[in-house]
Design a protein around this ligand. Sequence first.
Ligand SMILES: Nc1nc2c(ncn2[C@@H]2O[C@H](COP(=O)(O)OP(=O)(O)OP(=O)(O)O)[C@@H](O)[C@H]2O)c(=O)[nH]1
Ligand SMILES: [Mg+2]
Length: 297
Amino acid sequence: MSMTKINWYPGHMKKTKEMIQENMALVDIVLEIVDARIPLSSKNPDIVRFAKNKKRILLINKSDLVNKDELRFWKEYFKKNNMADEILEISAETGLNIKQLFAVIDKVSEEKRKKMMAKGLRTVTTRLLVAGIPNVGKSRLINTIVGKKSAGVGNKPGFTKGKQWVRIKDGLELLDTPGILWPKFEDDEVGYNLAIAGAIKDEILPLEEVAGRLLSKMKAYGMWKVLKDKYKLLDEDYSEVDGEIIEKIALRMNMIMKGEVLNILQASYTILRDYRSCKLGKFGVDREKKLEIIQGE
Ligand SMILES: Nc1nc2c(ncn2[C@@H]2O[C@H](COP(=O)(O)OP(=O)(O)OP(=O)(O)O)[C@@H](O)[C@H]2O)c(=O)[nH]1
Ligand SMILES: [Mg+2]
C-alpha cells in the first residue's frame, strides 16, 4: 500500500466543502486554521478560492508543539506572501494569543461595523466561519474562546460532524465546520505530512510507511540521537532502511507477538504517537518545504 492509494477524501468531505461554500454568503470573516507542525502542508488550497471577497484571518494553531524559530519562519513566510489579512500564531490548548485573536477579529470587522452603524443599525453581528484540516483544533479553539465546552473535541480526525453555530458574545458568532482535505495533494510529501500530524484516520493509513517517513525526516534533521535514546537503537542501525529501523525498534522495545513475530504495527504506531505527543521533541515536519523556499529566494 502507498499513500497515493489511500482514499483520504471521503464523500462527507465533499459534502462539507459544499456546505462551506453555501455558508460563505452568511459570514464576514473566514478563520483559517493551519497546523504549526505542517503550516504549508495543512493549508487547504480550496479555502482561498471560497473566501474570495471575504476578510481572512490565518491562525497557526498548535504552536506549542514546535520551536519558536520555526514558528517565526512560517509566520514571516505567510506575511511576505500576503496569505491573509491577519496572521496570528496561537495555541488553543494553552490559550496562547487568544486575547490577541479577539483584537484581530475586532480590527478586521471594524470596517463593516462602522458602515452598518452609519446606516443606522444599532447592533451588528460579525459572523466567522472556522475552516481547516481534520484534527487541527477548530473545535478546541471555539471552546477556548467561549470558555466552556460548546463544540465537540476529539483527538482523532473527523470528530466534528455537521455544522454548528456558536455564539461567542453579543455581536460575534462562529460557525464550526468538520475538517476537510482536498481531492488531490500537490505531491506525496503533503500526504505523508498530513498523515504524520494526524489529519488522516490512522485506520486507513499504511502506518509503517508513514512512521518510516518520520524516521527518515528525523535523520535528515539531525535528530538520530533522539531516536537512538528513545528506542534503544544502536549507532550501526543508522544506515539501515526505514523498515529495518522499525523492526529494530520493535525488537529492542520488546514488541513481539505470539510465535516470536515482531509487532511492526505497534512499533509504527508508537513512533507516530510519540511524535504527536512531543515525546520526540518539539518540531515540525514541513522542513523540506522550508528548504525549497529558502533555496528559491
Ligand atoms: N498541543 C495542542 N493540541 C491541540 C491544540 N489545539 C487542539 N489540540 C488537540 O488536537 C485534537 C483535535 O482537536 P479538535 O478541536 O477536535 O480538532 P478539529 O479541528 O475540530 O477536528 P475535526 O472536528 O476532526 O475536524 C484534540 O486532542 C485537541 O486537544 C493546540 O493548540 N495544541
Ligand atoms: Mg471539530
